[in-house]
Design a protein around this ligand. Structure first.
Ligand SMILES: Nc1ncnc2c1ncn2[C@@H]1O[C@H](COP(=O)(O)OP(=O)(O)OP(=O)(O)O)[C@@H](O)[C@H]1O
Ligand SMILES: [Mg+2]
Length: 546
């Protein structure tokens, strides 16, 4: 019975059993560190992050998905002590959380910070349960049931709305915008978000909105207050007027071509040797005829506005073709990006034309007016009076510099997504930590009736969700313990709409403060966060393949 002959430390089987726990715990530490990094930007009083991207560009943002996306390319070990874990694990986990935030961005568009904060908190709770000796599978299962219950609890307190309740839509768009850098302009941006989504939606039949139908065009100059919803289509590009072509066309017939009006470039290795002037003349004449022929065919089809897709192989136009086009009074806009084609076609009713032979009138789009005008130092091309039945919208975002312009676009995207959530699922819930406290209370009640580990898991899940009100309070400079306790009390007394009023620094009826958010944003963040936590818990080894 001597144990001393087998020293425990060199016992391999013992170490093997220990490894999964080590892997799990180091995953959890890494994930918590990432969640902590974005935690400070939650809520209207949250901080913003300044990020230097790989290309040495600076991004200032409050949007969780944007912060995390840029974080993933940073050196991971920079953010936490190297000794805690190896950096490969760290970057794997960061990527998982970036994916989580991106998934929330696709599903709901807003709540991309909350989802990561909740995931971090759930992982911290799981760590405690693991330390108590509960098996990871049981924790994963317990959390899954808790998440289902949580979603039910949220549905119970949700307020059904219909899309003609404009006030409610405006309030939810403002709530989303209020936590952004551009919050002081929410009075301008909220109606734009609501109107543009309603413009592209058929309220009776649609259950979803394609956000890409709403085109956001950023132009430097002015302030965000000058941002407006434009009836018609805006283009990022400018009119080419170097050869004196028109910059305003009434009764426009728009052709969108995917070929170029310039002579083909010879391959790098090919050489053309010209010996005398006669040969040179011939080449020039050929080029002239070739281009003239193209332009004439375009004119013959009735086209008077030509949009040219960008190509990396050839110039869209050269001086000669521009000259012909301007003589025939055809407006030219070049460098149309490939991913814009679909939207332009949908908006104007034109069809992309791949070669000159298929250039015919039936492929042209029609608009009453296309003009380029100047506003606050930027040239803007607007197509108005479009005759198509398809629904699209364009928003012109203005701002004094590129940093604010980009953030305004991201914030507007969140607000658009909030309205899209309401089209998908027409219900609102109060914000300001109220939903999380309600879920926590509901789950703690449920925990009492559960048997075995499930009850413990429910309890841990409930506590973990309180991270949202706690963080909202912390970020607003309030005492989190006092505030969350008071919030719990108010909910226990049946005031289910009590939430943290971050402006006045106390608990109040958050519905009266007009802080409402779509049900879908919260349910999706709980579901997605739980899914990621379950996945991380089930990882017991990390194998690197080359
Ligand atoms: N005026 C307000 N008072 C109290 N809480 C608010 C207010 N406005 C928003 N909130 C709360 O702030 C949280 C949302 O914060 P925030 O918009 O910064 O993060 P997110 O929506 O999770 O992520 P992101 O907007 O970056 O995608 C929600 O819990 C919401 O209820
Ligand atoms: Mg938000």
């Amino acid at each position: 019975m001597t144990t001393s002959s087998v020293p425990k430390k060199s016992n391999d089987s013992f170490r093997d059993k220990d490894k999964p726990t080590q892997v799990r715990l180091s995953n959890i530490i890494a994930a918590k560190a990432v969640a902590d990094a974005v935690r400070t930007s939650l809520g209207p009083r949250g901080m913003d992050k300044m990020i230097e991207t790989g290309k040495k560009e600076v991004v200032v943002s409050n949007d969780g998905a944007t912060i995390l996306k840029n974080m993933s390319v940073m050196h991971p070990a920079a953010r936490m002590p190297r000794s805690l874990l190896n950096s490969n694990v760290n970057s794997l986990i960061t990527n998982k959380l970036v994916d989580l935030s991106a998934a929330q961005d696709v599903e709901a568009g807003d709540g991309t910070t909350s989802v990561v904060v909740i995931a971090g908190s759930l992982l911290a709770a799981a760590e405690k349960l693991l330390n108590k000796g509960i098996h990871p599978t049981q924790i994963a299962e317990g959390f899954q049931h808790a998440a289902i219950e949580a979603v039910k609890a949220l549905e119970d307190i949700s307020i059904p709305i219909s899309l003609d309740q404009r006030e409610s839509l405006l309030k939810s768009a403002s709530t989303s915008l209020n936590s952004k850098i551009v919050s002081q302009y929410s009075a301008t941006l909220s109606p734009i978000a609501v109107d543009s989504v309603l413009q592209v939606t058929d309220l009776d039949t649609d259950n979803n909105v394609d956000i890409s139908d709403i085109r956001i065009v950023k132009k430097l100059g002015g302030t965000i207050e000058d941002t407006q919803l434009i009836s018609g289509l805006l283009l990022n590009q400018n009119v080419v007027t170097s050869a004196g072509g028109p910059s305003r066309i009434e009764k426009a017939k728009i052709g969108l071509i995917q070929f170029q009006l310039s002579p083909p470039k010879p391959d790098m290795e090919n050489q053309i040797v010209v010996n005398d002037y006669r040969q040179m003349d011939r080449i020039l004449k050929e080029e002239r005829n070739y281009l003239l022929n193209l332009v004439k065919k375009i004119k013959k089809a009735g086209c008077n506005v030509l949009l040219i897709q960008k190509s990396i192989l050839r110039d869209a136009v050269n001086t000669l073709s521009l000259h012909f086009l301007s003589k025939l009074k055809i407006m030219v806009i070049k460098d149309i990006e490939r991913d814009e084609i679909e939207h332009i076609c949908k908006s104007t009713g034109c069809k992309p034309i791949a070669d000159i032979e298929s250039f015919s009138e039936d492929k042209l789009g029609y608009a009453d007016l296309i003009e380029e005008y100047e506003s606050n130092g930027s040239r803007i091309v607007q197509i108005s009076g479009i005759k198509t039945t398809s629904r699209t919208a364009s928003v012109l975002v203005r701002g004094a510099n590129n940093l604010i312009l980009d953030e305004a676009e991201r914030s507007l995207h969140d607000a658009l997504c909030v309205i899209r959530c309401l089209v998908k699922k027409r219900a609102l819930i109060p914000g300001g930590g109220a939903p999380e406290i309600h879920i926590a209370r509901h789950l703690m009640d449920k925990a009492k009736t559960q048997k075995g580990f499930q009850g413990i898991c429910f309890h841990a899940f409930a506590e973990a969700l309180e991270i949202i009100p706690t963080t909202l309070a912390e970020n607003s400079g309030l005492n989190p313990i006092a505030i969350v306790t008071e919030l719990r009390n108010m909910h226990a007394k049946g005031h289910l709409h009590s939430g943290i009023n971050v402006r006045k620094g106390r608990i109040s009826d958050i519905l009266k403060e007009n802080v409402v958010q779509p049900l879908l944003v919260s349910t999706s963040s709980i579901e997605l966060a739980t899914e990621t936590v379950r996945m991380l818990l089930k990882i017991d080894d990390i194998v690197q393949s080359r």
